[in-house]
Design a protein around this ligand. Structure first.
Ligand SMILES: [Ca+2]
Ligand SMILES: [Ca+2]
Length: 387
């Protein structure tokens, strides 16, 4: 591979950045039809949730392979578990749990609440508060098994979406929805889905959608702070039940906003792989670097400074819209703009090669807008010296 790289370096097609390229004629109208915006890449990650990913608090104890007992079957027990890492509500996620609310129907209480809160390992009031009451700001998804009439609880077991540590239904976001008696000693599937695009928070019980709310909760509840912790709280009061939670699945989107946010980036680059700069975008027909690209380019500068023996090829690509030759020229100008940025940050242009490939090497279909967007890119590849 190393030899191949050097053969390419020696090829006359590859040239040093030079001033001639900066003297292109004024962009033709086709330039303005070429929109080169690279959006953040979103990948779907599935986490295998493990008990060790949680902090247990209060009476919570490990029970079985993937389960916690949250409360004992006794009066005034309260327990919670909190996921150690924050999650970002600007991304979507999907969680599947199993809840066991105990065996006592008439004398059983009080319920379990799934909570979003800016701090972790916090537990609110026990009894009717279910470990959620008093946590502000917050979102709580409750499965309530005890009727507290002053809170406007239905007589039946019920589900509601609560906010800001209030368990009263005159103040909640959605519900209460009555459900069949859930204190039957069995595990019940409980799913929470957050769609960051539509901003819908949906709750499923035993495979059926029970409740949903559309709300910009990052803005209206958390004051613009999208990173929050999540936990599951539970409590008993004068009446009681053993209450458990089992963790099944956690799926969430991770936004990779630039190449160097991915821990695999540097090993890939060092092995000679071509990688796209994810944040490098240009206004239509232009080749000036936008501020949104600075962070990633500065990380590239740091990478090149840490590896002073490497040289780098900057490759510009376009989609197939417009004239082939125009596309080649604009891709060259954009690659040169990236090289000039590196130069301003102290990287010698003797280490930087630029090349405009135009529409020659698509990585996605040019027949769809999402494919064309992927094709409009700037990629880099580093070359190692021969040993
Ligand atoms: Ca019940
Ligand atoms: Ca209640």
């Amino acid at each position: 591979m190393l030899i191949l790289f050097f053969l390419q370096l020696a090829s006359p097609k590859v040239s040093f950045l030079n001033k001639r390229r900066m003297k292109f004629a004024l962009p033709r109208i086709q330039f303005f039809l070429i929109l080169q915006i690279l959006s953040c890449q979103v990948i779907l990650a599935q986490n295998t949730v493990r008990l060790s990913d949680f902090y247990p608090a209060g009476d919570a104890i490990v029970q079985g392979s993937n389960c916690f007992q949250l409360t004992h079957d006794r009066q005034w027990s309260s327990g919670s578990i909190w996921y150690k890492e924050s999650i970002d509500l600007s991304s979507s996620f999907d969680m599947e749990l199993e809840l066991m609310l105990g065996r006592k129907d008439r004398a059983g209480a009080d319920g379990i609440v799934f909570v979003f809160h800016p701090q972790r390992i916090r537990v609110g009031y026990a009894g009717e508060g279910m470990g959620f009451a008093g946590l502000v700001p917050s979102i709580g998804i409750e499965v309530d098994t005890w009727e507290n009439t002053h809170l406007l609880d239905p007589a039946e077991d019920h589900i509601a979406i609560l906010k800001n540590g209030s368990v009263a239904h005159y103040n909640n976001l959605a519900g209460p929805i009555k459900i069949d008696n859930i204190e039957d000693g069995r595990n019940h599937k409980f799913r929470i889905n957050w769609d960051a695009t539509t901003q819908e928070l949906a709750i499923y019980l035993d495979g059926r959608k029970k409740l949903a709310v559309r709300e910009n909760i990052v803005k209206t509840i958390f004051g613009g702070q999208s990173k929050v912790y999540w936990g599951i709280t539970s409590a008993t009061g004068k009446f009681n039940n053993q209450q458990n939670v089992c963790l099944k699945k956690l799926v969430f989107d991770i936004k990779i906003e630039n190449l160097f946010d991915d821990p695999r980036a540097k090993p890939k680059l060092l092995s000679g792989e071509i990688a796209s700069l994810k944040s490098v975008s240009f206004p239509s027909g232009r080749s000036n670097i936008l501020p949104v690209s600075f962070k990633e380019l500065d990380q590239l500068v740091a990478f090149l400074k840490q590896n002073p023996n490497l040289t780098v090829e900057i490759a510009g690509h376009t989609d197939s819209s417009g004239d082939n030759e125009v596309n080649r020229k604009i891709s060259q100008r954009r690659a040169d703009a990236v090289a000039n940025y590196l130069k301003r940050k102290g990287i010698s242009l003797r280490r930087v090669y630029t090349r405009g490939y135009g529409e020659e090497f698509p990585i996605a279909s040019n027949s769809t807008e999402s494919g064309r967007k992927k094709n409009r890119r700037v990629a880099i590849r580093v070359f190692k010296p021969l040993p």
